[in-house]
Design a protein around this ligand. Structure first.
Ligand code: GLC
Length: 749
């Protein structure tokens, strides 16, 4: 157990070290490297010169659109703006969304940016270098456009498969979420700008997101959603943490003393600053004392809690001046540490290498597309396959993207912008946007224009005819998700299920390509020969899909989320409160309001409590606990190659790593994602390590996978440390959570 404490402590990164102002952080292995003294020293030196007004001005920001109204000449309009202190060379903070690229902010800038695939696709690559490369690329674009804060790093667990923002998050598993999110953050910050990690914490659903009170035991929270943040902060060392809209255990996340002070700043030793989500502040004194450092998007609040009232709270002594100093020190420390002063972002946008950036997006898409099913080796297709019928999914126009604050207006503009609502107040506001990378064009280029046909699928009879006349049919399904809008269920739009069934019946040699924002049900699955999950595949998604279908790229991705077999398998079949909100909007559409500002996204609800009965058993752990079989398990994914596992070596005691031999038994080079699960006593298996290994045909390699034992441990609140179970640990190594190839047991600790 002692080494576990050392493990956790030695995992301390700069952003996690105990405040350097105190004694040098120590562990059994000696002093932990801290942030170069210069950042701390410079921050303290600047702080000492600041007036109270200047300090308070840094603790409250406005939204990008409010900044534009303030200065219409300004082109760096993104998500937010916080004024600096020119007298002391403290830069303004120009904040842009988000994790999939420099967001369009409703198009006010009129520019383009490179669109990464969804975070689920990046996570499905199980390749941290893909996450880091994607972060580095969007961070470079943020810098070139003049932004010095990129609000990326969404690591909330995909706890509910119908979640509206699932496409922006990485996984149901805390280790995958933390590692991939942390690497993306590190990539973003490699451009000498600041990233966030968000939404802290347990931002569970979009339905009623600004009122929901998320509840589970603190222990379970530590082992699930908080563990993703702990690992993400260690790996990425984000300059800022964004606290969430919802309540956690009865307290608003942005005034939650346990979350912000006890866990984040004390247990984890976090040295950056806590910014609120936009309009997520509910008090002045309570929030200030609970650990909130900066109010964001204050005009979205009923009143500004930090912009005006904080001064009075300080002068009355209810908020000590030392607390204001600590807040400003945290912001300044990160401004210096991440180079915002020494390497200011340009006031006028600079050149961007969009072609090279599109290559990064395409590599991420190819690494993240999951081959779910492939009977009788229907895939990969040969370019000489003959006539190919491409059907549905607007595949002649582009590939789908998700809605909300992450929306990127991709380079070259959208291939299609389709209304989400045909009537009502949002009719011309909310659109489903397709990046202009049409799969049909990429497919036709490979088989020859004369051999490729496209039909929209709107006319099923026509779709059936074209499928029947073809050698192979490729039918696309699209499921749109967006911030502030959960899916009502896990079904594809009904007309798409009908189309897929009809096409398969017309031609059994059918490939189904899904472009979804998360898990979906597949009532036609038994009759489908091949199914591919392409997620939202980004800037060059069509080309990436074609390269996988024709075998130019060997699929290597694995599911970062479980795909249920039926709607009643997940802990909650639909979002609590969904029907109330749905009824509210149905009425609203029938009686559109004069004033859009009067629309209540919470559908009239003023409170909503969700008890997370599953606790830390999120996703595959929930199914294991119940002995249920999903449609496709966490970690599942096929390849055009085959791999064999042998010779598992387990040293005595709790190993820091496992070693085994992996062999590519096929002639074709490919990549395997080897996963290590650990279970003990009554605890179901949990992922404690993974690695993606590239192997040329007929070759073998001894593989060593480092393990993180925290997923199997419990947090000892009294002694502030992770503790492993007392019972023997079963270690399982395999290609998926339901495809274990090697097992062994080690004694407890
Ligand atoms: C939104 C989102 C958050 C985003 C912020 C700024 O409400 O919850 O992810 O970064 O506001 O747009």
């Amino acid at each position: 157990m002692r080494n576990i404490v050392v493990l956790a402590a030695s995992a301390c990164g700069a952003a996690l070290c105990p405040p350097a102002a105190v004694a040098e952080p120590q562990t059994e292995q000696g002093p932990v490297a801290t942030t170069p003294a210069s950042a701390d020293a410079r921050a303290r030196q600047t702080l000492a010169q600041m007036t109270l007004d200047e300090k308070l001005a840094m603790l409250s920001g406005i939204s990008g659109t409010a900044a534009m109204k303030a200065d219409p000449r300004e082109k760096r309009i993104g998500a937010g703006f916080v004024p600096g202190v020119p007298r002391l060379a403290i830069p303004d903070l120009w904040e842009t969304d988000a994790g999939l690229g420099v967001a369009t902010a409703s198009g006010v800038r009129g520019d383009f940016a490179t669109a990464l695939p969804s975070s689920l696709a990046t996570a499905a690559s199980f390749d941290p270098s893909i996450a880091r490369a994607g972060g580095a690329m969007i961070g470079a674009e943020a810098r070139a456009k003049g932004f010095n804060v990129l609000l990326g790093g969404g690591v909330n667990l995909v706890r509910d498969p119908w979640g509206g923002r699932a496409f922006e998050y990485y996984s149901e598993d805390p280790l995958v979420s933390g590692i991939m999110g942390g690497e993306a953050i590190a990539g973003i910050q490699s451009n000498r700008i600041i990233s966030t990690i968000k939404h802290y914490a347990l931002n569970p659903q979009e339905t009623g997101r600004t009122i929901v009170d998320a509840r589970m035991s603190r222990e379970a929270l530590r082992q699930s959603d908080l563990l993703a943040f702990e690992i993400g902060i260690e790996r990425g060392q984000p300059g800022s943490v964004m606290c969430a809209y919802n309540k956690v255990l009865g307290d608003w996340a942005c005034e939650n003393d346990w979350l912000l002070n006890t866990v984040l700043k004390e247990d984890w030793g976090y040295r950056g600053w806590v910014m609120s989500d936009w309009g997520a502040v509910h008090s002045t004194e309570k929030a200030a004392l609970a650990g909130l450092d900066q109010e964001s998007g204050r005009e979205a609040e009923r009143q500004s809690f930090f912009h005006t009232s904080l001064r009075e709270a300080v002068s009355s002594g209810r908020v000590p001046a030392s607390a204001i100093d600590d807040k400003v020190l945290r912001i300044l420390r990160m401004i210096y540490e991440h180079g915002l002063v020494d390497h200011p972002t340009p006031a006028v946008p600079t050149e961007i290498e969009f072609e090279a950036h599109a290559d990064v997006a395409q590599r991420a898409a190819e690494a993240g597309i999951v081959l779910l099913k492939n009977q009788r080796k229907l895939l990969p297709l040969s370019p000489r396959v003959g006539r190919v019928a491409v059907i549905g999914g607007h595949a002649n126009a582009g590939v789908l993207s998700g809605g909300g604050s992450t929306q990127v207006r991709s380079v070259g503009g959208y291939g299609a912008e389709l209304p989400v609502f045909s009537t009502g107040p949002f009719a011309n506001v909310v659109k489903m946007n397709y990046h202009a990378s049409p799969p049909f064009g990429s497919i036709a280029r490979r088989v020859g224009e004369a051999n490729a046909s496209f039909t929209s699928g709107a006319d099923i009879a026509e779709a059936v005819r074209t499928a029947r006349d073809a050698d192979v049919a490729i039918v696309f399904a699209t499921e749109w998700r967006a911030e502030a809008l959960d899916r009502e269920n896990l079904n594809l739009p009904p007309e798409q299920d009908a189309l897929i069934k009809a096409v398969i019946e017309a031609n059994p040699r059918t490939v189904v390509v899904l472009q979804t924002g998360g898990p979906v049900l597949m009532p036609w699955l038994d009759r489908a020969m091949a199914v591919v999950e392409a997620w939202y595949p980004g800037q060059r998604g069509g080309e990436a899909i074609a390269r996988i279908l024709f075998g130019e790229a060997n699929p290597s991705a694995r599911l970062p989320v479980t795909f249920p077999a039926s709607a009643d398998q997940p802990p909650r079949p639909e979002a609590p409160g969904f029907q109330q909100v749905k009824a509210y909007f149905e009425n609203l559409f029938a009686n559109p309001p004069k004033d859009m500002a009067s629309i209540d996204l919470n559908g009239g609800m003023t409170s909503l409590t969700v008890d997370y009965q599953e606790g830390a058993d999120v996703g595959y752990r929930w199914y294991a606990r119940r002995g249920w079989k999903p449609a496709f398990a966490f970690g599942h994914g096929l390849s055009y190659s085959k791999f064999a596992y042998s010779k598992l070596e387990l040293p005595n005691g709790v190993p820091p790593a496992v070693t085994f031999t992996l062999r590519n038994t096929s002639a074709r080079s490919g990549a395997e994602v080897a996963q290590v699960y650990a279970a003990s006593g009554s605890e179901v298996p949990r992922l404690v390590g993974f690695s993606k290994i590239n192997l040329s045909g007929r070759s073998r390699q001894t593989v060593q996978i480092p393990l993180d034992w925290r997923p199997l441990s419990t947090w000892d609140e009294a002694n502030r440390r992770w503790v492993l179970p007392q019972t023997p640990i079963t270690i399982s190594v395999g290609a998926s959570s339901d495809d274990i190839r090697l097992t062994g047991t080690v004694p407890a600790r």
